[in-house]
Write a protein that binds this ligand. Structure first.
Ligand code: SAH
Length: 375
């Protein structure tokens, strides 16, 4: 399969290359990165079918109602008719939305003049239930003809379970605004992950590749030796997925996440799954761990899954002070992970193995996991 716009789009660095070769490249990258550590670097876990994996797709439109991604550092859209990382239905839905926007003459937003209405369209898909969500990002709080718009979409695509209008009036590259109006359905879709159910709303953080995410969580948790009496801290927890999956093996799980919306989603998901031993805390992970340290609290296991920028010195210092038996470090950026692992070493926490997972095939992303133990 060939992508015809890969050079212009720039989204996937490896798209027109052999998939196995890209995995080999990632393996050698990891080997080079960790060469001074003298640890076992396990081969990256790839996908059997590395296409069509994205559960979330965002596109913008130009004034001719063509859609695509913005070219890097520009207001120019690179139109596409299909994307190899999207499932076919996602692109068919976007195609229909473009036709309807044109039919109803909905003005497209122009970032150069800040005029117009529709800024982006976001599609979310539930991998297990095959439910779809459409989010129309507009400068307005209403969409003229939205009833007909929704009816026409749902008639052709009954898999679309909800349509949301998100209002973003600011002159910003951030896609979503604060305000949301549900045009159709409940405003969320349901997905299942490792036997738990999750409610996904327009703004929630959710893993983009479901299949690899399950493999990641299972692999990560299999590296830990969780005991029934354990107190686990799941930090940078997003909508609480990892902690909730671990909860049934432990006494209690504290999940710490900074993003308000994610914690809100997590609370709904906790209730949804009747998890009584999970405590969801909205806070900065570093500040929270410092607070726990000052209270002389101890932890048995700490799970951390920070953003690309990695963790902080304060977080690492405080976490080590809690004296966990094991620290599971999941990272979407091995370079910042290495920086942090060096700091852990100063506090007597060491790792012996590095595992990696190809979460985003054909892009240069690598998800890497390791467990630290006290020497
Ligand atoms: N563990 C989750 C999410 C990982 S993504 C999962 O597997 O889905 C990283 C998360 O860290 C994001 O949800 C982000 O909002 C959160 N985050 C970023 N900086 C943070 C900080 N300083 N304190 C707490 N959470 C933070």
């Amino acid at each position: 399969m060939i992508c015809e716009i890969s050079k212009k789009c720039g989204g996937c660095q490896f798209i027109n290359q052999d998939y196995q070769k890209s995995l080999e490249y990632k393996n050698s990258y990891m080997k080079a990165l960790f060469k001074d550590f003298h640890v076992a670097i396990h081969p990256i876990i790839g996908m059997h079918n590395p296409y069509g994996y994205r559960n979330k797709v965002i596109v913008a439109f130009n004034k001719n109602y063509e859609y695509g991604l913005y070219q890097e550092h520009s207001h120019h859209i690179v139109p596409y008719s299909y994307c190899l990382l999207h499932d076919e239905l996602t692109d068919s839905i976007i195609h229909k939305i473009a036709l309807l926007l044109k039919k109803y003459r909905v003005p497209i937003y122009d970032p150069r003049t800040c005029k117009g209405e529709i800024r982006h369209v976001l599609i979310r898909r539930s991998y297990t239930t095959k439910q779809y969500m459409i989010v129309l990002v507009s400068t307005k709080t209403m969409l003229k003809g939205s009833r007909n718009f929704s009816r026409e979409i749902v008639k052709e695509f009954p898999q679309v379970k909800t349509i949301v209008l998100n209002t973003n009036t600011r002159d910003t590259v951030v896609v979503l605004g604060e305000k949301e109006t549900v045009l159709y359905g409940k405003g969320f879709i349901i997905d299942y992950l490792c036997d738990l159910s999750f409610k996904i709303s327009a703004k929630s953080f959710y893993q983009i590749n479901h299949e690899q995410c399950e493999i990641l969580y299972k692999k990560a948790l299999s590296l830990l030796s969780i005991r029934k009496d354990d107190i686990i801290y799941d930090t940078y927890s997003g909508i609480g997925t990892i902690g909730m999956i671990a909860a049934k093996y432990a006494k209690r799980v504290y999940s710490i996440e900074k993003n308000k919306q994610a914690v809100k989603d997590a609370k709904i998901n906790q209730a949804f799954n009747s998890l009584i031993n999970v405590y969801l805390i909205q806070d900065d992970a570093g500040e929270y761990m410092i607070h726990q340290m000052k209270q002389n609290v101890s932890a048995d296991i700490i799970i951390m899954d920070p953003p690309r920028s990695g963790s902080s010195l304060e977080f690492i210092q405080a976490s080590c002070q809690l004296g966990p038996r094991e620290i599971l470090y999941i990272s979407c950026n091995p370079e910042t992970q290495i920086r942090d692992l060096k700091i852990f070493k100063n506090y007597g926490y060491y790792f012996k193995d590095i595992y990696s997972i190809d979460m985003f095939p054909f892009t240069n992303g690598i998800e890497s996991i390791t467990v630290l133990r006290k020497h």
